[in-house]
Design a protein around this ligand. Sequence first.
Ligand code: HEC
Length: 201
Amino acid sequence: MIRSFYFICFCLLAVLLSGSCGRNYDDTGTAYAPDMYYSEAYEPYKQRADAKNPYNVWGNNLWYPVRGTISRRNYQTTFGSGDSAVTDLMVYNLGKEDIEVAERTLRNPVPLNDATLQEGQVLYSRYCQPCHGENGNGDGPVGKVYKGVPNYSVGQYKTMNSGHIFHVITYGKGRMWPHGTQINPADRWKIVHFVHQLQQQ
Ligand code: HEC
């Protein structure tokens, strides 16, 4: 009696084990507490084959871009009627170490006029003035405490060209922090126009 009981137990165990170890090596088998591995939330960059998202017509978590969406690489900007479109303004391909390349090759694609200069001034007052000061003398209220902020209109700083300034805003330099993630490229170029004006003082 006892023996046949053990035998039945053994058979059951054999059946259970053979069920969980299939021959298909891609099959992870039965999972214990799958919620621990597979998030129940609708993760935009994860799509479970067995879980359709009921809130989306196609059943996937990530929505397609709306019709008419333009990828950044093909984004074209114009700043006034009659301007030729400026391509690639939104993508800055140079690396942090390439400041000399920036000096040599970059031209300010934003036309210089009263409107862009004024916008540059507003942006400067928000992002740069606390350190660099109203007139770019390095005497902003934060600059006085932070120390070492240069005067734009003295020595080597007087002749910094547009590419150099754009690169410094994007990546920072020395003790100055990068601003590339806070200010979009078009706005950075407007600030460059205004910094040029401060250099001339
Ligand atoms: C937190 C203070 C701070 C802010 C904000 C700041 N700067 Fe600076 N900036 C500095 C300091 C400090 C230096 C000197 C860096 C060094 O040489 O170590 C500097 C240097 C520079 C230089 C000269 C770089 C060179 O070639 O030596 C430029 C150009 C410049 N900043 C532009 C800007 C502009 C434009 C903004 C606004 C978008 C800005 N900075 C915001 C502190 C700041």
